[in-house]
Design a protein around this ligand. Sequence first.
Ligand SMILES: Cc1cc2nc3c(=O)[nH]c(=O)nc-3n(C[C@H](O)[C@H](O)[C@H](O)COP(=O)(O)O)c2cc1C
Length: 321
Amino acid sequence: MTSSLFKNTPIFLAPLAGYTDQAYRMLCKAHGAEVLVSEMVSADGLTRDSVKTIQYIYFDPIERPYGVQLFGNDPDVMAKAAEFVLQYQPDFIDINMGCPVKKVIRRGAGSALMQTPDIASSIVKAVKKAVAGALPISVKFRSGIDNNNLNYADFGLLMQDSGADFVCLHPRTVKQMFSGKSNWEHIKHLKSLLNIPVVGNGDILCPEDALLMRDMCQCDGVMIGRGALGKPWIFSQARQMMDRGEYQAITKSSLLGTIMQHIDFALKHKPEHVVVKEMRSQLCFYTKGIIGGSELRNKINHTGSVSELKELLNNYLGGLV
Ligand SMILES: Cc1cc2nc3c(=O)[nH]c(=O)nc-3n(C[C@H](O)[C@H](O)[C@H](O)COP(=O)(O)O)c2cc1C
C-alpha cells in the first residue's frame, strides 16, 4: 500500500480540526485532493466508545485513500484505539505528534511527544503491533519545540526505526504555532536521511508552491492545509502544475458553483441550521478579496436558512460572472 500510495507525489489534504470534516473532504476530493486524512481523533475518546468521537472517523469509500489521525499519550490506549479503527478499514493510521494546542500538549499528546521521544517511539511500536501489518502507520510532526531544539532529524529517524511507514513534516517549531514561515530546508534534510516516504507540509498557498516544494525538497508527497480553505480547486491546479508546469485559472462561475457544491455536501452530513452557521466561516475564505465581499459577509452572518444563503450568494456572485 505505501509504495502504491506514493507513486506520483500525491497531494494530501492536511487534517484541519474544525474544517476538514467529511463534507469538506468530499469537496476537496471532487477537486483533486489525492489523499485525505480525518481531523485528529482522541484515542481516549475512541476507547471510551464516545459516540461523538466515533463520528470523526467515518468516511465514504469515495474518500480513499483515507487515513484516520489519532492523538493521545498512552501507548496502550493508542493501540486499543488503532484496533478499534481497524474495523472501519481506512487506508492508513496517522499519529499526531505535531499539534501545538495547549489542550492537547497538556495531556502529553501532539507535539509534546517530540519532547518525550521514548513515549513517542513506544506509541508507534504499540500501534504497529495492534494493526499487525493490516495498515501502514504514519507520523505527523514538527521541526522541534523551538529554534534551540530542532530535533526533527533524530525524531524522524526514531519514528522510522520504531516502525512508521511514512512521515509528514510541518517544518515550524511548536513555539511558532502557525506564525512565521515554515522552513522547507528541514523537509529536504529529513528526506535525505530517511528510507521511508516523507510528505512535506506547510505554506503551500498556490499551485506553484506545490511544485516548488516537490522540486526543492524531493519529498514523496505534498500536503495542503490552509491553502485549500476557500480554494478547494488548489488540488487539481497543483496536480496540473506538477505534471505540466501550468494550470487552468478558476472562473467566477466556477467559484459560485463550488460554493453551492460545498453547501450541498454539508447538507448531506449535517442539519440545516448547523450548515448555515458553519458556512459563515467557510464563506469568509471564499469571499476574501472579492468586490463587495465585506458587505456580502455581513449579510451572510444574518441569514437563517440555506435557501436564503443561496439566494444571497446567487445575487452577489452570479453578478460577477
Ligand atoms: C485550524 C487548524 C486545525 C488543524 N488541525 C490539525 C489536526 O487536527 N491534526 C494535525 O495533524 N494538524 C492540524 N493542523 C495543522 C495542519 O495540518 C498543517 O500542518 C498546518 O496548517 C501547516 O500546513 P498549511 O500551511 O498547509 O496549513 C491544523 C491547523 C489549523 C490551522
